[in-house]
Design a protein around this ligand. Structure first.
Ligand code: ATP
Ligand code: MG
Length: 281
């Protein structure tokens, strides 16, 4: 028996202008509660696919569904969908529009019909989670790119959606920003949220994702567990670097220091494999 995915995109086609297909057979199936990474080269169609998942764009052909129900493009359906599926745009300037940080993050919860008090509570908790609470009165246009990115993430967190779709959330973040984002993602996963992240950070995806999709030329060209996809020897043809840990494991495998095909997902797992081998000698 197969379970119905929370979000599914089936064979989507889309073009922004004549002659150039941005999506050309994009297919995804996102099981509820999973951590999913979408990888692929620049121009692969990742952001375009995300705009379809949030129904900002509508496919020329193909279909999307949420919990098995096909997307409709009525106002009612879209409002409900966007409460359940929160999208963090690649460029925070596309997302942020209010004068100051708190007003921007409050907008979503207020729009959902929450009381002002509850909206403020949600917005402040979200800003706290991304480390921006102390800047809540700052004008948005005075923030750095990384700070804007954090506020854009807070705007989606404050709506408490079932699924969070984030377009390169790690891009441009400093070490503390990255650390708090990772903690937030862990907290969201533990709370049962479904997480779909487009990223060029293969090392991060390697340790984080349950499932990986590879997009190239608007088409899904590979899908599966990180060990089956990201460690592939033909990664360069698929358009991404192999994770450092997979490279190290492969090099140690060639020297018979690790069993061939060992795929440590963390430095700790690599150390355990090495220690186990030493112990076994
Ligand atoms: N607003 C737009 N108008 C016209 N063409 C666009 C627009 N946005 C994207 N495209 C084109 O659609 C294709 C897919 O772009 P998209 O932004 O979805 O790629 P991406 O995988 O997100 O890339 P990146 O890794 O650079 O973010 C590209 O050929 C791009 O030039
Ligand atoms: Mg993009």
């Amino acid at each position: 028996m197969t379970t119905t995915p929370l979000i599914a995109a089936d064979n989507l086609t889309f073009r922004y202008r004549p002659g150039n297909l941005a999506l050309d057979g994009a297919t995804l199936a996102i099981p509820a509660g999973t951590r999913v990474a979408l990888v692929g080269p620049n121009g692969a169609g990742k952001s375009t696919l995300f705009l379809h998942i949030n129904a900002i764009l509508r496919p020329l052909a193909g279909q999307l569904s949420y919990m098995g129900r096909p997307y409709r493009y009525s106002g009612e359906f879209l409002a409900a969908l966007r409460q359940k599926v929160g999208l963090v745009f690649q460029d925070p300037d596309t997302q942020l529009f209010a004068g100051n940080v708190l007003d921007d993050v409050i907008f979503g919860p207020m729009n959902m019909g929450l009381t002002a008090g509850e909206a403020v509570r949600r917005a402040e908790a979200a800003l706290e989670a991304v480390g921006m609470l102390d800047q809540r009165t700052a004008p948005v246009h005075f923030l750095s790119q990384g700070q804007k990115k954090r506020v854009a993430i807070a705007g989606v967190l404050a709506m408490d959606p079932e699924a969070l779709v984030m377009d390169e959330p790690t891009a441009g973040l400093d070490y503390p920003g990255l650390t708090s984002l990772k903690e937030t993602l862990t907290m969201l996963h533990t709370a049962g949220k479904t997480l779909l992240v487009a990223t060029h950070d293969i090392d991060w995806a390697w340790g984080w994702a349950d499932l990986v999709f590879v997009l190239a030329g608007g088409r899904t060209i590979a899908a599966g567990a990180p060990a089956d996809i990201l460690a592939r020897a033909d990664h360069a043809e698929l358009g991404f670097a192999r994770p450092v840990l997979a490279e190290v494991a492969a090099a140690l495998g060639e020297r018979s220091i690790l069993p061939a095909g060992a795929v440590p997902r963390t430095a700790g797992e690599l150390a355990a494999l090495l220690a186990g081998r030493k112990g076994g000698q």
